[in-house]
Design a protein. Structure first.
Length: 127
């Protein structure tokens, strides 16, 4: 199976030893996105709602660079520094993903890169 590295300037550049996404066959594995502005590579200013929206915009950009969309998401993993924000994730996710929704996990964590409050990773199936 051939691997294809996915890259777009419309999402933050990798800040470590990883790719924004990797396509293997019809499956695309999107690395976790934190709410970095792709132009400045700085954490967006604002509350949790602003951070969640930025994360979904970043995921959307990577999905599009892979030739797909978030409508093809089959699995998402959500990491929150405060699980009280889970309802806001649901609210904003519904703006980016329609029914049938992807499978999903939500995990409370102590810290995320760059002081982010949320990180989301995603798997797409393009078949």
């Amino acid at each position: 199976m051939t691997r294809q590295i996915i890259h777009t300037d419309a999402a933050p550049q990798a800040i470590g030893t990883y790719s924004q996404a990797v396509r293997a066959g019809d499956t695309v594995y999107l690395s976790g996105q934190v709410p970095l502005d792709p132009k400045t590579m700085q954490l967006v200013e604002g509350d949790i709602e602003v951070q969640i929206q930025r994360v979904f915009e970043n995921l959307k950009a990577v999905a599009e660079a892979a030739g797909g969309s978030l409508a093809q998401a089959v699995k998402m993993n959500v990491y929150l520094t405060d699980l009280a924000h889970f309802a806001k994730v649901n609210e904003i996710m519904a703006l980016y993903c329609a029914k049938p929704y992807p499978a999903r996990a939500a995990v409370g964590v102590a810290q995320l890169p760059r002081g982010a409050l949320v990180e989301i990773e995603c798997i797409l199936h393009l078949g």
